[in-house]
Write a protein that binds this ligand. Structure first.
Ligand SMILES: CCCCCCCCCCCCC/C=C/C(=O)SCCNC(=O)CCNC(=O)[C@H](O)C(C)(C)COP(=O)(O)OP(=O)(O)OC[C@H]1O[C@@H](n2cnc3c(N)ncnc32)[C@H](O)[C@@H]1OP(=O)(O)O
Ligand SMILES: Cc1cc2nc3c(=O)[nH]c(=O)nc-3n(C[C@H](O)[C@H](O)[C@H](O)COP(=O)(O)OP(=O)(O)OC[C@H]3O[C@@H](n4cnc5c(N)ncnc54)[C@H](O)[C@@H]3O)c2cc1C
Length: 642
């Protein structure tokens, strides 16, 4: 017998952060009227929350790595301002010298300044080599002179830039004696710490309405002969000495390292948590909503009892768990590589860049699609803002764009995989995560019946074969010769290269999920449920991408029928535990902020009550206008007829 709903949700403790009722009850963190607020009201509320949070952290001694901050971020992350301040701090931490860290980090962590991250320009976001902002070294004054020389060079999108930030890290092309040394980061003050007015040479403002992220004032920034001291170029790895000599340690791309670290950091809070929330809302709603009859004469059925509804939602639930576990894998990869980088050993940086890029792209894309499926699975009520699903969707979709547009990042992963594939084929050493590339055997899947496809060894082998074949077949060409891409050949293969990168990340995610379940030391019942989810995640991926598994005959048509049968059987098995599995995420009603997903299931009452809060239901005046308009049109019509 499987454990009860409570047991499952308690036993999955690793997924559940500690709860802090005092935070929950804090009126400043309330999200009650969020859906009725304007962009400006959302921003102002976000600033209040951010200031209040800083006060609480100071009073209570909380830290950003502590459970309280994580809880608040998890509960109200979409509503707190100064998100980019954290990336400003991260930039200085990873790219600044010890002296720069000692100067700027205390000011930032005590909020004596508000930071931003200004890299993207109107004309360039992806192609960093094409950035047009310049930083010219003036040896006589020991300063850099920063300019955005044309409209396309204007920084555009940086968060917290519109009204909040007093400082920012500007990414600009470094020039010394007329020679360009590429993109480097510079700390620039943009507003006065006395009265928050713009500094000389600075033009800045808000970029206007967006799909979501109203809590962040994304802005624009123009620089006209803005001078900063030589010491303001972040110089842990790259430095301009007083005589103008340029010194660099490691890869020139080390200045891109902030992005690499944030691509991994944002997956948990900005992607997996919204996915978990969407699954919670949609699955709880699907056991409350009754619609149509499964059998004549019986009560209307809960919509989660329809196989199609199960096939919509349960694979997304399995994905949430799969990505929760792959996030740990990525964090370990990052910690391992960062330890080496701090010792100035850059050998593993390419692997970290490749996989932080690939997994950011895959996890954000799959999670965005999953949240959209959850929204659509709730019918009309899913489309209501009061369900919480539209705001989850319009926020998560941005993760496919920021911190590296997904296609671009997949191509970076593919570039690394192709190089490893060629090295592996030549018997050269490759990182452990890609040694499978040397072992592509023509082979056939050995499974003889549908139950054998519930074996992790069987389906992991199928994913490994599919990924290795996808990469191998691209690697055999002469796409990359001695580090120089044959540009035409490369461009003609980029669709398949992106697919190969996704195939690698999907394979590693399945393998990691299976290994995690194997190691689970919890109640046997829990391990059994987790295995069902792992099986479902794996078979869903094969069922949804059958072509790449059938392509070279590794899986036969008959075997694909067996996979489909096992896949559909799993839906009915997991249906029984669907609600405890989302309860295990342990979101409070306040953090879900959804009329459909509350724990007590009182959906219709809540929808009606929340609708009453709409200002339009309070504006009797508006009705008078409408009546007056109707009367006018009525009288006009009468005149016309006479
Ligand atoms: C602090 C905690 C944060 C918590 C989370 C908070 C979340 C808050 C909510 C989210 C708010 C959103 C905030 C958003 C911010 C942003 O969006 S910031 C801007 C992001 N912009 C980008 O990501 C730009 C993407 N473009 C690039 O990275 C590069 O242009 C490119 C695509 C990688 C190409 O670079 P290029 O210089 O053209 O190099 P290539 O010729 O392609 O490759 C040359 C070699 O360099 C290697 N390489 C490239 N990048 C890196 C890197 N980052 N690290 C290491 N190495 C790199 C590349 O692999 C090539 O190597 P070889 O193959 O060996 O030649
Ligand atoms: C909510 C949000 C917050 C943001 N916050 C910040 C911030 O704080 N600081 C900051 O600096 N930036 C920020 N950005 C900007 C973000 O980093 C860029 O939008 C992102 O890097 C994409 O660049 P782009 O907009 O120039 O898109 P483009 O690169 O123009 O992409 C448009 C299309 O062109 C394709 N494409 C481009 N190059 C290639 C290629 N070589 N091969 C194949 N296809 C290609 C892309 O795949 C995409 O389909 C933010 C963006 C958003 C949406």
């Amino acid at each position: 017998a499987l454990p009860s709903r409570v047991t499952i949700s308690i036993q999955l403790t690793p997924l559940r952060p500690a709860r802090f009722p005092s935070i929950e009850r804090d009126p400043v963190f309330s999200r009650e009227n969020q859906y009725f607020q304007s962009q400006n009201e959302r921003y102002e509320a976000a600033v209040r929350k951010a200031v209040h949070l800083q006060k609480k952290m100071h009073e209570m001694g909380w830290t950003e790595s502590g459970p309280e901050f994580k809880y608040i971020y998890r509960a109200v992350s979409g509503d707190i301002a100064f998100l980019l301040h954290r990336i400003f701090i991260r930039s200085i931490s990873v790219l600044g010298s010890d002296k720069q860290i000692a100067k700027w980090i205390p000011l930032a962590t005590q909020h004596k300044l508000i930071g931003s991250y200004a890299q993207t320009e109107l004309g360039h976001g992806t192609y960093l080599q094409g950035l047009e902002t310049t930083a010219v070294f003036d040896i006589t004054t020991q300063e850099f002179i920063l300019n955005t020389p044309k409209v396309s060079a204007m920084k555009w999108w940086p968060g917290d830039m519109g009204r909040s930030a007093t400082h920012t890290v500007v990414f600009a092309q470094l020039y010394i004696n007329g020679k360009c040394y590429g993109v480097h980061p510079f700390i620039v003050q943009i507003r006065s710490l006395r009265d928050h007015s713009l500094c000389p040479g600075i033009t800045a403002g808000d970029i206007g309405p967006k799909m979501n992220f109203e809590n962040v004032d994304n802005g624009y920034l123009m620089l006209q002969n803005v001078r900063v001291p030589r010491e303001n170029m972040l110089n842990k790895f790259c430095e301009v000495q007083p005589d103008g000599t340029y010194v660099r340690q490691g890869s020139q791309k080390i200045n891109y390292f902030t992005m690499t670290t944030v691509r991994i950091s944002l997956i948990s809070d900005e992607v997996i948590i919204p996915l978990m929330k969407a699954c919670t809302i949609a699955i709880r709603y699907s056991v409350v909503r009754r619609q149509s009859k499964l059998k004549p004469g019986k009560q209307e059925a809960k919509i989660l009892d329809y196989q199609t509804q199960q096939e919509k939602l349960l694979p997304q639930l399995a994905t949430a768990y799969a990505f929760h576990f792959i996030n740990d894998y990525l964090q370990e990869l990052f910690n391992r590589v960062y330890r080496e980088i701090r010792k100035k050993n850059f050998n593993t940086l390419p692997e970290l860049h490749a996989f932080s890029s690939g997994f950011k792209a895959m996890v954000t894309q799959y999670s965005t699609s999953a949240v959209q499926i959850c929204l659509q699975a709730c019918g009309g009520h899913g489309y209501s803002s009061l369900s919480g699903l539209p705001s989850l969707y319009t926020r998560i979709i941005a993760s496919c764009i920021y911190e590296g547009e997904n296609t671009i990042l997949l191509l970076q992963t593919a570039r690394f995989l192709i190089k490893c594939s060629r090295a592996a084929s030549a018997g050269q050493p490759v990182p452990p995560s890609v040694t499978y590339l040397a072992a592509v055997k023509p082979g056939k899947c050995p499974a003889k019946n549908k139950l054998e496809f519930l074996s992790p060894d069987i389906y992991t082998e199928a994913y490994q074969h599919m990924a290795a074949r996808s990469v191998q077949r691209m690697g055999n060409g002469d796409l990359i010769q001695s580090g120089v891409k044959k540009h035409d050949a490369w461009n003609q293969c980029t669709v398949q290269l992106a697919q190969a990168a996704k195939a690698h990340c999907h394979y590693i995610t399945v393998k990691n999920f299976a290994e995690t379940v194997e190691k689970l030391k919890t109640e046997a019942g829990i391990q059994k449920i987790m295995k069902h989810l792992c099986d479902l995640f794996a078979l869903h991926g094969i069922f949804s991408n059958a072509g790449v598994f059938l392509h070279d005959g590794y899986v036969s048509g008959a075997q694909m029928d067996m996979i489909t049968a096992s896949y559909l059987d799993l839906l009915a098995v997991i249906r029984k535990d669907a609600v405890p599995l989302v309860d295990a995420f342990d979101f409070t009603d306040k953090s879900l902020n959804s009329a459909l997903g509350s724990y007590d299931g009182q959906v219709y009452q809540r929808l009606y009550e929340w609708a009453q809060k709409s200002p339009t239901n309070k504006q009797v005046r508006m009705l008078d206008y409408i009546r007056a308009t109707l009367c006018i049109s009525q009288s006009t019509r009468c005149l016309l007829f006479f």
